[in-house]
Write a protein that binds this ligand. Structure first.
Ligand code: CU
Length: 287
């Protein structure tokens, strides 16, 4: 647990505040973009909803039985101008909303690499029963139920599941994306301010699901280097046998790290549709 001490106590206060935040308290460009789209869409929709409600009340009041000044038109049936108004305004709103969403969807495409000051950090994410495994392929370490990333650095995730379908989601960083067996999903996120963000599976995956949460620590590059150095010295290596150990069901797993990772583990798991064949791995018939 000493790795936790990387985060200074002063920062911890802000960090804990961050825990309560969700999608409305973005900590990175993707989440911020998503909140902007959410608010803009809300604004555009309110621009038609509010006047409609007000007009309804005004009409009901003006055409009340007691108002002799209101013109009574029992035979009225058609008005071209009115038709134009009631069809064109909603049509324009739908076109506008659609356009806004179209542009934002392409801007915030999960697979689109983020342009940052630093080169992207690659992280391989694997959902297991019932924990999250984060592999840092370029750094040679891995971590369970704790994601540590440097602030201001784009993070390029490859996501899969070694078991049933899950959904990788750190609300304050942005887009949730499915983790599926035999498939690789891509996601690019970045944290702009240091903090500890709540991460979860946004998709029910069995009895250990409630405990399948993790903390995403966004730390300074120095703290990241410190964490990395510590991770490289502690824990065991994530080789085949350690992986088979990890593959077993477990619930509410406290975070820990692996000092080394077998190269290509993520791809092997994807290729073997989620789970490395127990039998093959155990009797050594695997290549
Ligand atoms: Cu679903």
């Amino acid at each position: 647990m000493n790795r936790i001490r990387l985060i200074p106590p002063a920062a911890a206060v802000t960090l804990l505040g961050g825990c309560s935040g969700g999608v409305l308290d973005p900590a990175g460009p993707v989440a911020a973009g998503e909140r902007t789209l959410l608010f803009n869409s809300l604004g555009v929709m309110l621009a038609i909803v509010v006047p409609t409600i007000l007009a309804t009340l005004a009409f009901a009041w003006w055409f009340r039985a007691g108002n002799v000044k209101a013109r009574h038109l029992p035979d009225w049936s058609y008005s071209g101008r009115l038709e134009l108004l009631v069809w064109s305004v909603p049509a324009l709103v739908v076109i506008f909303l659609g356009g806004m969403t179209w542009i934002a969807s392409h801007d915030l495409d999960p697979a689109k690499p983020l342009v940052g000051r630093a080169a992207p950090l690659r992280v391989e994410v694997m959902s297991l029963d019932w924990k999250w495994l984060f592999i840092y392929p370029d750094l040679g370490v891995a971590s369970v139920n704790r994601l540590v990333v440097p602030v201001g650095t784009p993070v390029s995730f490859r996501i899969t599941s070694a078991t049933v379908m899950n959904s990788f989601f750190v609300p304050q960083l942005g887009s949730q994306i499915y983790a599926m067996s035999g498939m690789t999903a891509r996601l690019n996120l970045q944290a702009d301010r240091p903090g500890v963000y709540h991460g979860l599976s946004a998709h029910y995956s069995g009895k250990g699901f409630p405990g399948m949460t993790f903390r995403a620590h966004a730390v300074s590059p120095q703290q990241f280097a410190g964490w990395l150095a510590q991770a490289r010295q502690s824990g065991r290596a994530l080789d085949r046998s350690a992986y088979l150990e990890l593959l077993k069901d477990s619930e509410n797993v406290p975070p820990y790290s692996y000092r080394a990772v077998a190269p290509g583990l993520f791809d092997a798991v994807v290729k073997e549709s989620g789970t490395l064949s127990m039998k093959h791995a155990l009797d050594g018939r695997e290549q």
